[in-house]
Ligand binder design. Structure first.
Ligand SMILES: [Fe+2]
Length: 686
């Protein structure tokens, strides 16, 4: 690094208020009397948000007998610490729950480093490994994994075991630069096995008791900071999560469960109407900041030592402003206590543009009790598309002329959204930022990390044969309800129109949350409306949390249309016909349920249902790997069997399938994904 680089870096690091670990040009063997004492560092180590010259290092070392202490931090070019390039101290404090963050700076780009922490008595942390980002001019292809939804209460993290196994054995150019975690890093909804020993196919594992918990349904949820901290510790105690954090740098953006399952802004929602929870939102943000090393902004300023939460009062939030944000001071202060949306440039080929889809979102209209009227008996999970469109539009639907009621067959449902703002997930300021970032990016691929799926999920009940069911009362297609970005129709259209109008090329969306693998095209509308893709989109299966297929296997008992969702063969095998239902339509799903003949089922595809989909697996778990180069981008889905117990082998166990979707750059033309099945037979998904 030149002196000028160093000076400007120091200025920006000072801006972060960082505990700075500056590297020296020469290296020497460690002189620290480190001996590993894992039990004193029960959550291990981690690193986050690498750039070309720096990365944040993390550990947790509780000291029961004092309020603060100091650790020594070392960074080396080798795991034996014979070539230590940096050496510094870092505070650990009780008011940060003994978590510790250090900005290691002055590092070389695209370089692997090892790091460790040691206390005054020589008690050492496990050794972590991290990697800096390539320079913006670096033309080498970039590889990273993206993941979401890790349940330690109901599953095992075999997918991380597999990811580490392959990374340690792969050729150098196949190794991952980082793991992008798209949220549900924790599930704040915790079951206690003495109350709920099983759910679906799952054994409920004991992960401890949340202090001061509130009971909601079968779950216990945090009511304060101590509760969230306990839940983070319970997740990071998982050996596979802990090893993954020690082996790869993580870049994380939270989803809903980092705060509250059905929460939004600083509202929580269980059986009744939304409740204000400003204090809880601050607590959730603080615990996230403490346990996830990152460069998010916090309201208290840039220091890395502690979160220093703003004071808020939990007061009613009586109304929404015109942008759908709760018009109450404490709501604003609570949400703004941490700003998680941010972008990361990683080499020449990718800009990672991460959005927060719950801190600024309105309540999902389809989750409101008034929307229950759109559930039609005999058509499980389905929600009329035309109703979703009206509810999404609010007072702006149809150029400001929303209907007072929505017809559904013989009945008429009041339009409870007609005087409310258009549904937003991003909120005003974040949406403007997203559009600016997309337009300004000079990377080959502009990767929007959207946490929630953006690909439409619908089917065609209007095509059901009359011999199978009564007629569908909707006007045409049925969605599976809102609840993610595919239900934010007007906002999605605004983003995609911007991609088109600003000539944003190389537009790619990656998401999690849906607990299923999807590959397809980013389009604002589907037939009979004009279908015009502006990019490609992928959704990763959950690491471990149960997906729709699994719940369907245990549900819909006695429903006449059940075979369109899941079919049980005489030998007990269950097959996810729901994949065909979404990708090919009711006739295809029904044919397969009857004959088991996939070719005949495919021949009955409704071509207008899902031109935007290449792949759907509502039962897949695992992770995805993106390889982004100058001419093409590919996304590999690594799908494991349902992770209900720990893998029996150190490689994380067998795979169900491994498939790759690849797209060449489509500058000027339309994107086209090409599928290669490398292992297994995901025949209902393709
Ligand atoms: Fe999830």
């Amino acid at each position: 690094m030149t002196r000028l680089d160093r000076r400007s870096f120091l200025a920006s690091a000072a801006g972060m208020g960082a505990t700075l670990l500056w590297t020296s040009p020469s290296s020497a063997a460690s002189r620290v009397a480190w001996r590993e004492a894992r039990t004193l560092y029960p959550e291990g180590v981690a690193s986050g948000d690498p750039d070309a010259h720096s990365v944040i290092l993390w550990t947790r070392r509780p000291f029961p007998d004092r309020p603060r202490a100091v650790l020594t931090v070392e960074v080396a070019r080798d795991p034996e610490f014979r070539r230590v390039v940096a050496h510094s101290t870092a505070p650990v404090r009780e008011d940060a729950d003994w978590t510790c963050r250090v900005l290691a700076a002055g590092l070389q780009p695209s370089t692997v480093y090892w790091y460790r922490f040691t206390d005054d008595d020589g008690n050492g942390s496990p050794i972590g490994r991290t990697i800096t980002a390539p320079l913006e001019t670096d033309d080498a292809p970039v590889r990273f994994a993206f993941v979401s939804c890790q349940s330690v209460n109901e599953g095992k993290q075999n997918a991380y075991r597999r990811m580490i196994w392959e990374d340690q054995r792969g050729p150098a150019d196949q190794r991952l630069g980082f793991v992008l975690h798209l949220g549900d890093f924790i599930y704040e909804v915790v079951e206690y096995p003495d109350e709920v020993p099983h759910r679906y196919d799952r054994t409920v594992f004991d992960i401890g008791r949340i202090p001061d918990a509130r009971k909601a349904y079968n779950f216990h949820v945090p009511t304060n900071l101590a509760g969230y901290r306990m839940v983070y510790r319970a997740h990071i105690a998982d050996p596979d999560i802990q090893d993954a954090r020690a082996h790869f740098p993580f870049i994380c953006i939270g989803d809903n469960h980092e705060f509250s399952w059905q929460g939004f802004q600083s509202f929580i929602k269980y059986e009744g109407p939304p409740e204000p929870a400003q204090g809880l939102r601050v607590a959730a943000n603080q615990a996230w900041w403490e346990y996830i090393p990152s460069r998010v902004r916090k309201a208290s300023g840039p220091g890395l030592a502690s979160f220093d939460p703003p004071r808020v009062e939990t007061l009613p939030i009586p109304s929404l402003d015109p942008d759908g944000f709760g018009d109450e001071r404490n709501n604003r202060v609570a949400v703004e206590s941490m700003t998680a949306y941010r972008a990361v440039r990683y080499g020449r080929h990718i800009d990672l543009i991460m959005t927060d889809l719950h801190s600024y979102a309105m309540e999902d209209p389809t989750s409101r009790p008034e929307a229950d009227a759109f559930s039609v008996k005999g058509f499980p999970l389905l929600f009329p598309q035309e109703a979703l469109e009206v509810l999404d539009g609010g007072r702006h639907y149809d150029d400001g002329k929303p209907p007072s009621a929505i017809a559904l067959g013989e009945i008429s449902v009041p339009n409870f959204r007609r005087d409310e703002p258009t549904f937003t997930v991003l909120g005003h300021a974040q949406k403007a930022w997203l559009k600016d970032r997309l337009k300004a990016s000079t990377a080959t691929w502009k990767i929007w990390a959207a946490t929630n799926g953006t690909l439409d999920m619908r089917t065609d009940p209007q095509n059901l044969p009359t011999t199978l069911s009564k007629p569908w009362p909707g006007k045409g297609y049925a969605t599976f309800g809102g609840g993610d970005f595919s239900g934010a129709l007007i906002e999605r259209a605004e983003v995609y129109d911007h991609v088109r109008d600003a000539n944003v090329d190389g537009f790619v969306v990656v998401s999690g949350d849906r607990h299923s693998f999807w590959a397809g095209y980013a389009a604002k509308a589907l037939p009979p409306a004009n279908y015009e893709p502006v990019g490609i989109a992928f959704i990763v299966g959950s690491l471990s949390a149960p997906g729709l297929s699994e719940s369907l296997e245990h549900g819909l008992k006695g429903e006449p249309l059940r075979p369109l969702y899941v079919v049980e063969r005489p030998d007990g095998t269950k097959e996810a016909t729901v994949n065909l239902l979404i990708k090919r339509g009711v006739k295809s799903a029904f044919e397969y349920s009857q004959s088991g003949d996939i070719e005949r089922a495919r021949s009955l595809t409704n071509p207008d249902l899902a031109p935007h989909l290449e792949f759907v697996d509502m039962g897949g778990h695992g992770y995805a790997v993106v390889t982004a180069g100058s001419g093409s981008i590919s996304t590999e889905f690594v799908c494991i069997p349902r992770p209900v117990r720990p893998a029996a082998t150190p490689d994380g166990g067998p795979l169900r399938y491994r498939v790759v979707h690849r797209a060449d750059r489509w500058t000027g033309g339309k994107p086209k994904l090409q599928l290669s099945v490398l292992e297994g037979d995901p025949k209902l998904s393709i």
